[in-house]
Design a protein around this ligand. Structure first.
Ligand code: SAH
Ligand code: SF4
Ligand code: F3S
Length: 472
């Protein structure tokens, strides 16, 4: 059992006291200062940003999406691929202009990217507009760091600890949405897939106590939320660090028992830990989505081994078969990496073969990006970017063909959906978005009052990425 310390209530009360002090200062101003919180990366980061907003709200801040208007800019960063980091650094670079217009503006960087030593050096050297940098383990200390930045401290502040992580409960949360909510069930990752930076920047797996999760789920449902997404880098290993026999299936079945009309989603599942018990629980729990996101990364056994994934193409296919035998309409989505160091054309064919066999409902496809400090970054990588791009294009073409066929097969069927928001302007007049239990996007026409309601819809049309429907 991992020996992960908890942040005690005395420390959290100290942070709350600091928030109160800043609140009093801010509310004495003629208008509240404004914060812009910009989030990159995965849902875990989205959930963390809701805590940052929660703390800022308690400190008396209002919110804006305009960088020029903001008194405070907080950028919650991601390190998963080079492209993500380049985008973030480009945007931080551009903040020189906003700060020139408003020299009092404060710029804060946090999240995964800044948990890397080489990035800290780079920010120190080349991004002088940044006032405060704090790592993923310092989130609960945000009030204290804000206080130092705003008052006593003169220079720039860098607070990044290299620790396994701590258990923290009870931070304030300001959610962005009123229908759908993120609910983190665990933090960190122990898997050390050889290409991945997450275990280095997020620390070891820390599961939240089941009671804390159930309480939060009940509160969300009581306050009208209709969709709860349970989050973790590998939800299938939930509970291992708690001792006893609490596991993810137990969480699902207990949350399923909470009275109310709502849907439970979850991500991400690692194939090595997806069990028959998980699939049986999904099939038995009527509120659990009819969908699993099960990243396979590669269809080749040599590569899966080099990636440290701990399953084979055959065992992955067996999992899919098991899931479909219990839930024939289940949608299966996945992540795949093209161009892992040393991947040959023949080995890539195994990935295409797996995609042909499974016929995924959605695929998130990535070209391998070396991450400093990971084992894969040191592996010989003889193939050129162009060769990798050619494979990538073939994969996308195959997948798009499969998805178009699968989507068309839904036309004429009736599905139950949760209407979850307004859609972007559409020349055909669709103004609402909704999702089926399988997670399929269905565009609808209707009053905004319908947002937050479950309805049956007749599917009338399909494109590769969405279905269109009429409310029955
Ligand atoms: N915990 C999740 C994935 C989190 S990262 C899981 O294990 O399934 C999301 C996806 O980004 C991964 O599934 C992988 O496909 C991709 N990814 C991670 N590191 C990458 C890298 N170095 N280069 C390219 N893609 C990467
Ligand atoms: Fe990264 Fe693997 Fe952990 Fe997912 S399971 S976050 S891919 S190390
Ligand atoms: Fe990115 Fe960190 Fe998530 S690296 S993908 S924000 S866990």
């Amino acid at each position: 059992m991992a020996n992960i310390p908890s942040v005690d209530s005395v420390e959290l009360e100290r942070q709350a006291g600091i928030m109160q002090r800043i609140y009093e200062l801010n509310t004495a101003l003629s208008s509240p200062p404004l914060a812009f919180v910009d989030t990159y990366g995965c849902q875990q980061n989205e959930a963390d940003s809701e805590k940052i907003r929660g703390m800022l709200h308690e400190m008396g801040y209002g919110f804006t999406d305009d960088e020029y208007e903001a008194d405070l800019i907080v950028i919650n960063t991601c390190a998963i691929r080079e492209h993500a980091e380049m985008r973030i650094l480009g945007n931080v670079g551009a903040l020189v202009h906003t700060k020139r217009k408003n020299p009092e503006q404060k710029i804060v960087l946090c999240g995964c990217m800044v948990q890397q030593e080489h990035m800290i050096e780079r920010i120190k050297k080349s991004f002088h507009q940044v006032d405060l940098v704090f790592g993923t383990h310092e989130l609960y200390r945000f009030p204290e760091l804000m206080d130092r930045m705003l008052s006593t401290h003169k220079g720039r502040i860098f607070e990044v600890r290299k620790i396994d992580g701590e258990r923290v409960e009870g931070l304030p949360v300001l959610r962005q949405d009123s229908v759908k909510a993120w609910l983190s069930v665990m933090y960190g990752c122990n898997n050390f897939c050889s290409y991945c930076i997450v275990p280095y920047v997020r620390g070891r797996e820390r599961s939240r106590a089941p009671e804390a999760i159930f309480d939060e789920a009940r509160q969300l449902i009581d306050s009208g939320y209709k969709e709860i997404t349970l989050l973790g880098q590998n939800v299938n290993s939930y509970g291992r660090d708690l001792g006893g026999d609490t596991d993810f299936s137990y969480l699902l079945s207990e949350i399923n028992k909470i009275p109310g009309d709502f849907i439970i989603r979850f991500m991400t599942s690692h194939p090595k830990d997806a069990t028959d018990r998980l699939f049986q629980t999904m099939a038995d729990c009527e509120k659990v989505e009819n969908h699993i996101h099960l990243p396979f990364q590669s269809g080749n056994d040599r590569l899966l081994k080099a990636m440290n994934r701990n399953y084979t193409k055959q065992s992955y296919l067996e999992l899919v078969e098991k899931a479909r035998s219990l839930m024939p309409d289940i949608s299966i989505t996945s992540d795949v990496i093209v161009g892992f160091p040393g991947e040959t054309d023949e080995e890539f064919e195994d990935t295409l073969d797996l995609v042909r066999k499974v016929r995924f409902d959605m695929l998130f496809t990535f070209i391998y990006s070396p991450r400093e400090g990971t084992p894969a970054a040191k592996m010989p990588d003889p193939f050129t970017r162009e060769e990798k791009q050619r494979r990538f294009d073939r994969l996308i073409a195959l997948h798009n063909e499969i998805v178009a066929e699968k989507q068309a097969a839904h036309v004429g069927k009736v599905a139950r959906v949760l209407i979850d928001g307004e859609s972007r302007k559409d020349s055909r007049g669709y103004n609402l978005t909704s999702r089926t239990s399988e997670g399929r996007l269905v565009l609808l026409k209707g009053s905004k009052e319908l947002i937050g309601q479950f309805r049956n819809v007749l599917i009338t049309d399909s494109t590769t990425w969405s279905l269109c429907g009429e409310i029955c």
